[in-house]
Design a protein around this ligand. Structure first.
Ligand code: PLP
Length: 378
């Protein structure tokens, strides 16, 4: 009997989520607001240690509102790491501003903070208005926030933290999502927890979240009739999906532990293979969302893509690390400050199955396939 495919990061849902959906439906709140939404906001807010939170129908919506409510305007530039998912940069486009891309630290894939400082100085010298800086906590590893926040405070730049991948991660004892003027989580199907699609915007600033809440609900003013004072958006999260989110959040620690065990498993597996490193391996605060290996073909004698092909034949899904934004057709004409690190990570990186729902049998099969490939090439 052929075995079932192994996916990169499939949703991990079960009885707790079923119970939650029924509870929400039977309560009558099949609505984009309601008690499950309120409770989900409170629970995430408490978990992350940020007092105000707004549940939304995607992480991308949260990024968009975060930028708008931090005062980003058309004609601004916004600094975005070139290694990220396109949503970060698309949110900048939605706001009418222009992204300027910055290369990464090769050890983590996160933005190169020193280079970011140079770009800020150069843009300022050229008289450009920088609307915001968007650090992205890549693959669940926090950006080096001490220098980044010092830099942004000094330059008086708002920070919108894209923590879509980093729920549960920490940096020096503080939670991902708590570092910026606004922080963003995604609850897309492949993230740490899922609502099948959803996101959240968090802030230490009550007024910022109030303004974002207004915009997310078509900028509707309380009145008997429909009255609107701004361009608004239909960005609210369904109460039924918020219930799924609460069940998922209650399982976050357990699910994170399973991803961490997988990361440790990969670390051991590749420890003896010269030329293979696990990205951000030494970050104790990572939630281990996805494990990325970086393959130096000069030392291994094989490329990341060769392993990917081998695993694909065994119905095991892998993916290259994010294709840098400066290589996307969408951003062919965009400004970018590059060192070559992002290009190298794209050429050499491979994202391995990292889901919290992988069972022992799947992990054994995966391990066998990787051993087989490595031995064959030794
Ligand atoms: C997933 C992701 C997003 C977008 O989240 P959605 O909920 O899918 O809109 C944004 N940024 C990064 C870095 C992501 O990985």
């Amino acid at each position: 009997m052929p075995s079932a495919p192994i996916y990169l990061s499939p949703p991990d849902v079960g009885p707790a989520e079923e119970v939650a959906v029924l509870r929400a439906l039977r309560s009558g709140w099949a609505t984009p607001f309601g008690p499950e939404v309120d409770a989900f906001e409170q629970e995430v807010s408490q978990r992350v240690g940020v007092p105000y939170a707004l549940a939304l129908n995607s992480g991308t919506a949260a990024l968009h509102l975060g930028l708008l409510c931090c005062g980003v305007r058309p004609a601004d530039v916004v600094l975005v790491p070139t290694v990220t998912f396109v949503a970060t940069a698309n949110a900048v486009l939605y706001s009418g501003a222009t992204p300027v891309f910055v290369d990464c630290d090769p050890a983590t894939g996160n933005v190169d903070v020193e280079l970011l400082g140079e770009v800020v100085a150069d843009l300022r010298r050229a008289g450009r208005r920088i609307g915001a800086v968007m650090p992205v906590d890549m693959f669940g590893s926090c950006v080096d926030y001490d220098p980044l926040l010092a830099l942004c405070r000094e330059a008086e730049l708002p920070v919108v933290e894209d923590s879509a991948e980093a729920l549960g991660s920490t940096y020096r004892g503080r939670h991902a999502g708590s570092f910026g003027d606004a922080g963003v989580f995604s609850f897309s199907h492949n993230k740490m927890i899922t609502t099948t699609g959803g996101g959240m915007l968090l802030s230490h600033d009550a007024d910022l979240i109030a303004r974002a809440r207004h915009r997310a609900n078509q900028a509707r003013i309380p009145a008997q009739h429909h009255e609107h004072d701004q361009m608004g958006f239909n960005y609210r999260l369904s109460n039924v999906l918020a219930a799924i989110g609460r069940a998922q959040l209650s399982r976050l620690d357990e699910m994170t532990a399973r991803r961490r065990r997988l990361r440790e498993h990969y670390s051991k597996l590749f420890a003896s293979v010269d030329g293979v490193e696990v990205l951000a391996e030494n970050d104790p605060g990572s939630n281990c969302w996805l494990t990325v290996i970086v393959v130096d073909p000069q030392l291994t004698g094989w490329h990341a893509a060769d392993l990917a092909r081998h695993l694909a034949q065994a119905d095991i899904e892998t993916r290259p690390a994010w294709k840098p934004m400066h290589r996307q057709p969408l951003f062919a004409a965009a400004e970018a400050r590059l060192t070559g690190a992002a290009d190298q990570l794209f050429a050499r990186g491979l994202t391995l199955p990292s889901g919290s729902s992988l069972d022992e049998r799947q992990i054994d099969r995966l391990t066998g396939e990787i051993h087989g490939f490595v031995d064959q090439h030794a």
